[in-house]
Design a protein around this ligand. Sequence first.
Ligand code: CUA
Length: 151
Amino acid sequence: KYEKIWLIFGIGCLFVFLTVLGVSAFAKGNQPPSCLTTIDPEKVDQTPPFNKPGLVKTGNNEYQLNMVASAFAYTPAQVEIPKGAKVTINITTKDVIHGFEVVGTNINMMVEPGYVNSFTKTFDKTGEYTILCNEYCGAGHHMMTARIKVV
Ligand code: CUA
């Protein structure tokens, strides 16, 4: 008799877990960062769009933010985004693995040499966001930050 109760309990737990996972993936928009394309890390400066890092308007209220990470900074170090803009962040690195976390949001990417990682997000609140490197990348790791201003 008890086996039956535990079996129901187990299946119940599994169901709750899958529901939570499903809600978090689809309703809240949590998504694993995806590798879009490969890039030669030694030629980042010559490869569009990373030869001109920054914010580019791609449509009505849609933007691309192309950023380059290198020890121990991001380029650009500061960017202004209009409130309500849907921004696709593309990031790559010129040297080692870095992190790209936007504090207080669900943006958290790993930046690997040779790859471009992307994340799309709509910024609908004004304010300042800090970008942090959360992968240890060397002596200046703790100073590696940038800033997004939503205006
Ligand atoms: Cu870049 Cu830690």
